[in-house]
Design a protein around this ligand. Structure first.
Ligand SMILES: NC(=O)c1ccc[n+]([C@@H]2O[C@H](COP(=O)([O-])OP(=O)(O)OC[C@H]3O[C@@H](n4cnc5c(N)ncnc54)[C@H](OP(=O)(O)O)[C@@H]3O)[C@@H](O)[C@H]2O)c1
Length: 194
């Protein structure tokens, strides 16, 4: 069974962006130490454009071969005329409104998103599925999430877009590892307790 991992950047108080989802205040923390970590541990989570700019295109995938996004998250790329932001992965986008996929590498999921994810999880393969976000999709897929990798940047937002757009319910996770960076960034990995 392949894992669904919500790998996401957030503020100390658990927001993945400002009220509209913009997380650009966090970019300043992506320094050489953090980039080395990404190169070693999560190279496939850097966008195709970023990989090209950083000389990372030849790096092998470490954790994921598939990415799932909501249309809100995908729209950030569409807005700058990028139709396949993670072309080195299989890309799935949940949307009821896009109609037709804008890119041959992008498969739309138009209904029963949890069911589509369960089918992906049931496929054979060593590598897992990256749930990129955003908030609404993560809330809908909370029951399917097997692992959380939370990159916490040392900023408080006060309010903003929550990590999960979901109703109140307690879900238990077990802490697997913590990596602290000199600039105050923390990456915590949790596995779901089933
Ligand atoms: N900090 C981070 O690491 C991070 C990561 C990812 C994203 N983000 C931010 O998150 C923001 C987007 O989050 P969001 O919550 O607004 O949107 P989202 O979760 O990315 O996308 C929501 C959209 O997904 C589609 N969708 C959701 N559930 C569906 C279902 N059951 N069936 C079919 N389609 C479904 C719908 O698209 P249609 O309206 O087309 O039907 C819905 O409007 C962006 O601003 C992005 O920058 C931050």
């Amino acid at each position: 069974m392949r894992k669904l991992t919500y790998y996401v950047a957030c503020s100390i108080d658990g927001f993945i962006g400002d009220p509209k989802g913009d997380a650009s205040s966090m970019y300043q923390f992506v320094n050489e130490e953090f980039l080395d970590y990404l190169r070693t541990e999560y190279p496939e989570t850097v966008s195709a454009e970023g990989r090209a700019a950083l000389g990372m295109t030849d790096l092998e995938h470490r954790r994921f071969d598939t990415v799932v996004q909501g249309r809100g998250s995908y729209q950030v790329a569409l807005d700058v005329n990028i139709t396949s932001p993670y072309g080195h992965l299989r890309e799935y986008v949940a949307s009821r409104t896009l109609g037709e996929s804008p890119d041959a590498n992008v498969t739309l999921i138009t209904e029963d998103v949890p069911g589509a994810i369960r089918k992906l999880k049931a496929e054979d393969g060593e590598l897992g599925i990256w749930l990129c976000g955003g908030s609404q999709l993560a809330g809908e897929l909370l029951d399917e999430i097997d692992e959380l990798v939370i990159k916490t940047y040392p900023q408080v937002y006060g309010s903003g877009m929550p990590m999960f757009g979901a109703d109140f319910a307690v879900t238990d996770f077990a802490l697997e590892s913590v990596r602290a960076f000199d600039n105050g960034v923390l990456v915590r990995t949790y596995s779901r307790k089933r």
